[in-house]
Write a protein that binds this ligand. Sequence first.
Ligand SMILES: [Zn+2]
Length: 676
Amino acid sequence: MNPLLYFSGLPHFDQIKPEHITPAIEQLLAESRALVERLQADTTAPTWENFIHPLDDAEERLSRAWSQVSHTNAVVNTPELREAYNSNLTALTAFYADLGQNEALYARYKQLKAQPEFASLSAARKKIVENELRDFRLGGAELPEAKKARFKAIQEELSQLSSKFEENVMDATDAFSLLVENAAELAGIPEDAVQAAREAAQKDGKAGWKFTLHIPSYMPVLQYADNRALREKLYYAYATRASEFGKPELDNTSLINQILKLRAEAAALLGYANYAELSLASKMAQSPQEVMDFLRSLAKRAKPFAERDMAELKEYAVKLGLDSLQAWDVGYVSEKLREGRYAFSDQEVKQYFPESRVLHGLFRVISSLYGVEVRKAHAAVWHPDASFYEIVGKDGELIGQFYLDLYARDKKRGGAWMDEAITRRRKAHGIETPVAFLTCNFSAPVGGKPALFTHDEVITLFHEFGHGLHHLLTKVEEYGVSGIKGVEWDAVELPSQFMENFCWEWDVLQHMTQHVDTGEPLPRALYDKMIAAKNFQAGMQTVRQIEFSLFDMRLHSEFDADGSLTVLQLLEQVRDEVAVVRPPAYNRFPNNFAHIFAGGYAAGYYSYKWAEVLSADAYSLFEENGVLSDETGKRFWSEILAQGGSRSALESFVAFRGREPTIDALLRHNGMVETA
Ligand SMILES: [Zn+2]
């Protein structure tokens, strides 16, 4: 049997092969199409049982199979997988585009809402119907035939262009490596990074040290290598990935323009002034102007701090004997300044964070807050580095399960993310429990030692777990709004950024640190230094996030891809307004900005800052009641995590916090409150 068509348990990652993909997806699409035909011909009154349930069943099968395909494509990519992924992506996109503009189905939903029974539906079910009606409109269901065809063609082309954009970034990242043959050039680079580079060269049968553009290899060089030329070489390679400075076939420049033009055209077809308006139609924020006002007011608060950060950095560069502060010096000088001021290094901290202890500490937080237990379990995985866990409740009942794939490697997409494998819902036989994929790109173990994570990596892990818990701890039983489904995009980062806060708590750290050699937990003195350094360069980091957000929002609201201004010139204008770090002219950041050109963050990158207002304010209740307060934890679970998309994010927030959000906690957490 085709392993992708097995739905009564966990995915069979040990059996899935590229040749399974097309037959499975074709069969599921045929089943779905037959169902849609039957439903649109049905003349009886639509009910939840005869209309929504069958649609949910079909959608669940399709998305479960597809999530296995897209996950393996992202983490163990091969040419065969990539080809099968792309050809089926086209078919899927076409199917969903047709579905989105199916007038007969749209009419059935309208009928469902118009019936007197609608009033007695649960809030979750009402929300699903409202969302569907909105999505039909946004999917082009109200367009005349000719425009429908064009709208569908645009959706298909956009999905191919985004997939290609992502592939180019992955291939350009993998394409570069630098073999260092002279040990003297490695001065300053931490021992474990040197060892990893040594092992990477040996794997290729070479002497010397091999560095790549994967973060665990790239970052230590930029942060620690005394050799300025080496830093510059790597910086240049990183900053020009997927641009005209590399292989022409991996250049994303023209893809960017095509994507922007098609998005603008799709928005115009639906009657929106620009793509940003279309993007915001399903978000918390009301208009591009509201978002830009928010970003600019935050920039106003942050910029004086950022300018002070930058002035200090320049001054310190001079002390280090650098004639000027270049882009490839920023990380290096920052680290030296931080070490000088706070008398510790990232590297020193890292020795206290071996993988197993970090996971122990993370699971302890989850257990304290929510009274659940996380334990290792068995399941087929796609790579020996991946593992599997389950979350069980007080009475031993299974709540959810997740896969963990933590290390960076070739043929794996960079960054960190959570994805849904199975979504919680009630079915005829009972509750289907949810399953998540948690993927990171951290340093793998080297030199026979366990994997050691930097504090930043630990924060990333907690962040992704926040998304994971949002998906896994939902109590919603309706497919369409279960877990993160149906949650406004600009509120999705609330549970994730909320989790980051725990990485700074003494009690939490005591239980998740254990020095790799001595076995000692994090000493108080080092912790105090970390806290003192917590907001080091917070101003610079904030304006950087604002730069990306404002660039994204202006790109999708004001920019004309056929106009005289180029994408890079627009980015320069944004930098003139908010940035304090100016990268060299060859920097091609947009060519790697996969969040907005390949991910779901188009006209939505501001969501991180937007949701940080919510997450910081939510966390402030824990600061008031005790950070591991199980009472507050249970309330966070029941009012926010459990609710999924069954009501608006603002309603959930107010139910938890007892009032509307304010920006005070965010400014305080970032140290951006003037102390007179
Ligand atoms: Zn996130």
